[in-house]
Design a protein around this ligand. Structure first.
Ligand SMILES: [Fe+2]
Ligand SMILES: [Fe+2]
Length: 287
């Protein structure tokens, strides 16, 4: 398969994957496990920031949301891991949960280092329903990561984030890319292994999980309009003075493609959000 080898040179021989097959499961689990980065949040040296950079970073409105999102994600993903019998899948999902908890630790260390004050945190609880817990987190990450890819690049290009801070957060952003890649393949694998009736129920639950997340994020966006927290709207305007919605969405799309490119080319890619954004771009004037 020379064309596949070209797009993923680190994998020598690739035969096409049947979605739902044991080989498919093997490939998406191995993708996550083999690309693990063993960094330790406690030994990250937080770069000393110039007073204006420190002021910019500490006054960003989304640190509470970010810490809580990671707190819920680690509990909810671990909830699924606890119920699995398949050794490989369990190992991969548990790694995903570990990485979410580590993201929270990274943020906590940063918050301490830069003197950011947070609201009191809620008590993190997962739903009893393990599949729902994972679906909820997975679709939330698909939405957040797509925009985070663009925001991160924007903050980097505009100089809002000093280069040292960009380097520190790069592994976190990279991990979110691996998580959503893992998630969409897990959804497809899971669905392919269900009877027609169960498949319809499962797909219905997927849509519900996506909807719950979309509505939750619209609430946050509503808050932002009245001066509250928002990851995307507030972030984008903070990061660059001449924030342009169309350019930003195009940046999200190109960053999404770039971040998904290094992994096993046979795996499915998250497509729903990018497709919706491409469609939306038809209605957004070019300046
Ligand atoms: Fe995370
Ligand atoms: Fe994640």
């Amino acid at each position: 398969m020379s064309h596949a080898a070209l797009s993923a040179p680190e994998i020598p021989t690739l035969s096409p994957l049947k979605i739902g097959s044991p080989e498919h499961k093997q490939a998406f689990c191995r993708m996550l496990l083999d690309t693990f980065d063993a960094y330790k949040p406690a030994i990250i040296e937080w770069p000393k920031l110039e007073p204006d950079a420190l002021q910019r970073i500490t006054s960003l409105p989304f640190w509470d949301v970010a810490v809580q999102t990671e707190g819920y994600a680690s509990i909810r993903v671990q909830r699924l891991a606890d119920t699995l019998n398949d050794t490989l899948l369990k190992e991969a999902v548990a790694l995903n949960a570990f990485e979410e908890a580590r993201h929270k630790h990274v943020l906590e260390h940063m918050i301490k280092a830069y003197g950011i004050t947070l609201k009191p945190e809620p008590e993190y609880k997962a739903d009893q329903d393990a599949e729902w817990s994972f679906l909820r987190t997975g679709y939330g990450e698909c939405l957040d990561s797509f925009f985070a890819f663009g925001l991160f690049e924007l903050a980097k290009r505009s100089g809002f984030f000093p280069p040292a801070l960009v380097d520190t957060f790069e592994p976190v952003i990279r991990e979110e890319g691996r998580h959503i890649l893992f998630f969409v393949n897990w959804v497809a694998w899971q669905s392919a292994n269900k009877s027609l009736f169960d498949k319809i129920i499962f797909r219905g639950r997927c849509m519900a999980a996506l909807l719950v997340n979309a509505i939750g994020r619209m609430d946050i966006a509503g808050d932002a309009a009245s001066g509250g927290d928002n990851f995307v709207a507030a972030g984008g305007q903070n990061f660059t003075a001449d924030f342009n919605v169309r350019e930003f969405l195009e940046l999200c799309l190109s960053e999404d493609a770039r971040r998904m490119a290094p992994y096993d080319a046979r795996l499915l890619r998250p497509r729903l959000i990018p497709t919706m954004i491409k469609f939306a771009l038809n209605f957004i004037p070019k300046k």
